[in-house]
Design a protein around this ligand. Sequence first.
Ligand code: HEC
Ligand code: HEC
Length: 559
Amino acid sequence: MKKLVKFLIFIFVGLLFFIFLFLVFVSSQRSSAKIEAVGRGTLNGALTLDQNWTPSLRDKMNHISFGSRLLPYSWFLHLELPESQSLFREDQHLEKLGFIPAQASLHNPDALAIGLAIDQQQEGQADEPWLGLTCAACHSAELRYQGQRIYIDGAPAKIDFQAFENTLLRSLSALLEDEEKFQRFVKGTAVSDANNLRLAVQARETFLTARASMNKTAVAYGHGRLDAFGQIFNAVSVEALGIEGNARSPNAPVDFPVLWDASHLDVVQWNGSASNVEPGPLGQNVTTALAVYGSIELQNQSGLGYDSSVRLATLGEIQSNYYLLTSPQWPQDILGEINPEKAARGEAIYRANCLSCHTLVDNSDAYRKIKTTLVPQSQVGTDPLMASNFVEAESQTGILEGRKMLAGLAGEKFSETARSFDIVVHAASGVMAKKPVTTLLAVLKEWQDQYPTASGPLAKNYKARPLNGLWASAPYLHNGSVPTLFHLLSSPQDRPQVFYIGNLDFDPRYFGLQLSELRAQSVSEFDTRLPGNSNTGHEFGVHLSDADKWDLIEYIKTL
Ligand code: HEC
Ligand code: HEC
C-alpha cells in the first residue's frame, strides 16, 4: 500500500513537472495572442509606430534589468564628469554618447536615458541596487526627419559604447584625484563611511581599468557599433577565468542588429553562428548578459554550474517580449508616400535579384518562422574581420582544463587550449545549469546539442536576413560601412569612403543616413579604409540601371 502511495505521488509530481514544462513553453511562444494592435503613440515627445508593443511594455523593456551591474546605482546618480561638476547621467551628456533621454516613468523613476536599468538586489544578497545596461541601450533607436522624431523599438542604437565606458572610467578616476569632487560624491550618495566608499571606488576603478585595457582597440568603434563577440570572449576567457594572456583585441565592431523578427529567425548573429531553436535565445542572452557587465564565478564551480548575476527568468521574459515585436512600417505621412507603380516594378526586380537570399516576412503571422541564408564571406565579399576573428579565437583554458565542455552536462573535456567560442558556451551553459528549475536541464541539453562545439568547424559566413523595416536600420552591412541603400546598390568604389555616424537625420530618398559633411560634436567619423571597416562586397544589384534601383528602393519601403 505504501508503495502504491509513493508511486502515485511520484506520478503526480512527474505530471506537475511536465505541465510546468509545457506552460513555460506555451507562455514563451504563444503570448502574442494577448496583445491587440496598439497603433501609434508617443514616447518622450517622439512618435512611436505600431510594432505590437504597448506603451507600458515599451517602458518596461526600456529599463528592465537582466543582471548587468556596472556601478552601484547611487554612485551613478551622483557621479560627476571628470572636467566639470555636471553629472555623468545628465541628458545633455548622454545624448552626445548616443543615448536617448527619457522622462520618469514606472520603470524609470529617476528619468535615466533609455537602456539604463536598476538592478535591485537579488534574493539572498545583501547589497545595494546597481546600475546596468539593458537590451534597449543597443537595440532601440530614434530617427529624425524635418523636425519629427520617430522612436523605433528594436532598431540599431547609435550609442558610442567605448566612449561611454571610457568617460565613466575617467569620471571614477577623477573622484580619486580631486578631493572636492570626492566630498560632493560622499554627500550625494549619503554614505556614512567615506573611507570605505573610497576603497570601493578604487576597487571598481581597478576592475574597469583592467577591462578597458583588455578591450583596447586600434580603431575606435564610434557611434552605433560594438565587437560583441570579441568582448564576450574577453569577458569570459580573460576576466572570468583570470588569464590576462587570453586577451585579444576586440577589433571587429559590428552594427547593432535589428531585433524585430530576431526571435523568429532560424539562426542569429551577423555570422549566423547561433541556432535559434528553443531555448537557444536564452543561451544567447546569457552570453550577452555576461559581456554587458553580468558577473560569473567561473573560478568556483558549485554543483552543476556557476553562480552569476544573470537573471534567467527575466531573460526569458525579455525573449518572449521580443518575440512579439514586429518591424516598423514606412510612415508615409512623414517620410513621403510610396508610389504604387514604381513599387510594383521594384517588386519584380526584387524577386529576380534579391529574394533568393532575402526572404519575405508576413508580419501578421504571430508564429512566423523565418529562414535566413548563410553566405560564405568569400562569396559575399564584405569585410572579413568579424567572421575570421570568430573562427580563429583560441584561449588557454586554465582552471577549466579537464572539465566537460558543456557545463553540467556532457561533451568532451577541455584540454590546455580551446576555441574561445567553446569557453563562452561552457560559461553560458554553466549559468543556466546552476538554476535547473528555471532553465530545465532537458531543455538546456537540447540547446547544447545545437552548438557546433568540437563536432564541426566554425563557419566563416555572413547571414542575409529579411529586409522588412530596413529603412530604420541604416547604416548597412554587418560592420555598418554603407550609409544608405542607394550606396549599397552602387559599386563599392562609388560608396562613400568617409562619412559621419551618430547623426539621427534620415534621408528618405537615398534611404538611410543623412550624409552630412559637417563634423558635429556628437558624431563619429567612419573611415572605410581602416581595418574592419571595409565597404567592399555585396555587389548584388549594382549592375541595375538607376531607374531600376529607384524602383527597387520604392518596393523595399513597402516591406
Ligand atoms: C552593449 C550593447 C548590447 C546590449 C546591451 C545587448 N546587445 Fe544584443 N547585440 C549586440 C551586438 C553588437 C550584436 C551583434 C553581435 C554579432 O553578431 O556580432 C547583438 C546581437 C543580438 C542578437 C542577434 C540578432 C540577429 O539577428 O543576428 C539578438 C537576438 C540580441 N542581440 C538580443 C539582445 C537581447 C535580448 C539583449 C538584452 C538581454 C541584448 N541583445 C543586449 C549588442 C548588444
Ligand atoms: C547571394 C545572396 C544575396 C543576394 C542575392 C542579395 N544579398 Fe543582400 N545580403 C547578403 C548577405 C550575406 C548580407 C550580409 C552581408 C554582411 O553583413 O556583411 C546581405 C546584406 C544586405 C543588406 C544589409 C542588411 C543590414 O541589416 O545591414 C541589404 C540592405 C541587402 N543585403 C540588400 C540586398 C538587395 C536589395 C539585394 C538585391 C538587389 C540583395 N541584397 C541581394 C546576401 C545576398
